[in-house]
Structure formats: C-alpha cells, structure tokens
Design a protein around this ligand. Structure first.
Ligand SMILES: NC(=O)c1ccc[n+]([C@@H]2O[C@H](COP(=O)([O-])OP(=O)(O)OC[C@H]3O[C@@H](n4cnc5c(N)ncnc54)[C@H](OP(=O)(O)O)[C@@H]3O)[C@@H](O)[C@H]2O)c1
Length: 238
C-alpha cells in the first residue's frame, strides 16, 4: 500500500516521506485551489496506478466573536473545511469507482454536532460537512464507494497554532486525545465499514450530551467563560 500525502509545506511532507520511503509520496500544494486538486488527482492516479482511498483531513479553525469576524475569514474557513473536501471527492470519484474496496474518509468535528460560542464559522463549516456526508453516503455507496466520517473532539495536533484568525479561548482547553489513538480508531472504523467514528470517550460523551441535553453544555460553557473572566479580572487587580 502507498499513500500520497499533501499540504502546503513541502519540507514537512518531504521529511515525513523520507522516514517511510516505501509507503509515503509527498505532493505539496494548496487544497483550496481547484487546479491543484486536479493536479493532485492526476499525479496520485499516475503514481499509484489508481486510487482506492481518499482521506480529506486538511482543515483549519477560526476563533473570535461573530460580530468582529470578517466575511473573508468565514469564506476561508468554508473553503478549507467544506468546499475542498467535497470538490476533492467529486474529482476523485472516477478513480475511486474503479478502485479496490474504495472508500472516502471525511474529518468532521464535535462542534459540527453541537457548536460552541466564538467558533461560529468553523462549527458551521463542519455542520455543513456532516450534512453533506449524510446526503452523499447512499449515492456513493451505490457506486461501491464506502463513506466514513470521523467526528473528532480535541486531538493532539498543530490545529491551535494554525488558526486562520484568533486564538484558543482559555475556557476551551480540553485534554486532547493522541493522534495515534485517533488514527487507529479511524482505521478500525474504515475496516469495519462503520459510517461514523467518534474517537475517545470525551468526544462520545459530548455528542451524546449534545443530543439528549444540549442546554447543559451551553450552561456549562457559560459558567466556564464567566469564571475564567472573573479569574482574569481578579488576577489583573492583584
Ligand atoms: N485537532 C483538533 O482538536 C481537531 C478537532 C476536531 C476536528 N479536527 C479536524 O482534524 C483535521 C486535521 O486537523 P489537525 O487537528 O491535524 O490540525 P493541523 O495539525 O493544523 O493539521 C491541518 C493540516 O491541514 C493542512 N492544510 C491546512 N490548510 C491547507 C490548505 N489550504 N491546503 C493544503 N493543506 C492544508 C496543513 O498542512 P499545511 O499547513 O502544510 O498546508 C496540516 O497538515 C481538520 O479537518 C480539523 O478540522 C481537529
């Protein structure tokens, strides 16, 4: 098995690929660029002799009050978190249909199930992605292409260093699940043909609570934000 890995930072991809030369093939570019998407599909098809699996993992967040957010930032979030994955699937579909046990993995977020304040654009983009996946799954399955969405909670990564705008709120610092456990859960879900994978008990609990008692999450977040604000003003006066 071989995998083409992509992202904008070529040096990072080349470094990683050099650790697994028989397995990883680097190909850098901006996934929001439609021409690059076409090039990526062409390159992967030629390099691998076809495409059996597409994992649309690229994503980025933005944090801040809605009334201060620019439409440009919101569009950027939607470009990377919503439009890129769906365009890539559309462009890869002709190859996937001819693949061996073909599958697509989308990376969603618990905020797409139940949003948090200050994360409006990101939560909306992930909710749109979840809705899209639910609608196209039966379509793609009818072509023999399996569809899986991994709904992640806080996960160890560079996500918070790579925000499109804003910075992580003090009150939202959850304990992250390791990248290895997350990846293993996604692979296991793929092997079992599970349509939705939610790695880790924290993410599972959040989703369950968001379904049965959403106001509890909202009240807890309100309380956490208030106590952080009080703590901050107390520290400033000391
Ligand atoms: N970490 C979390 O807590 C968390 C929680 C829920 C969901 N997620 C989702 O998990 C997925 C992976 O994110 P992560 O946590 O691994 O964050 P990350 O460490 O920041 O990784 C994001 C990846 O996306 C690539 N990327 C970003 N913009 C790109 C663009 N325009 N073109 C090409 N590649 C681009 C980045 O590479 P370059 O910078 O080199 O382009 C990087 O490899 C995302 O969809 C994210 O929304 C993460």
């Amino acid at each position: 098995m071989r995998l083409v890995i992509t992202g904008r930072r070529n040096a990072r991809l080349v470094d990683l690929a050099s650790e697994y030369p028989d397995f990883l093939v680097p190909f850098s570019g901006d996934i929001t660029d439609s021409l690059f998407q076409e090039e990526l599909v062409r390159y992967s098809t030629a390099e691998l002799g076809g495409i059996d699996l597409l994992i649309t993992a690229a994503g980025a967040g933005a944090v801040g009050p809605f009334f201060k957010s620019s439409t440009e930032t919101m569009r950027k979030v939607f470009e990377i978190d919503f439009f890129s994955p769906i365009q890539l699937v559309q462009k890869t579909l002709p190859q996937l249909i001819n693949g061996r046990t073909p599958a697509v993995v989308f990376i969603g977020s618990i905020l797409g199930n139940h949003p948090l304040p200050l994360h409006s654009a990101y939560a909306a983009a992930k909710a749109a992605l979840h809705g899209f996946v639910g609608a196209v799954r039966p379509e793609l399955v009818s072509y023999g292409v399996d569809v899986n969405v991994a709904v992640l909670g806080p996960t160890q990564s560079e996500f918070w260093d790579n925000l499109i705008s804003g910075e992580r709120a003090d009150w939202s610092q959850g304990r992250p699940l390791s990248a290895e456990i997350t990846a293993a859960a996604i692979v296991s879900g793929l092997e079992r043909g599970v349509p939705v994978v939610i790695p880790g008990w924290r993410a599972k609990s959040y989703i369950l609570l968001g379904r049965i008692f959403p106001s509890l999450i909202d009240r807890f977040v309100c309380w956490k934000r208030r106590s952080f604000a009080e703590h901050q003003s107390f520290a400033e006066h000391e």
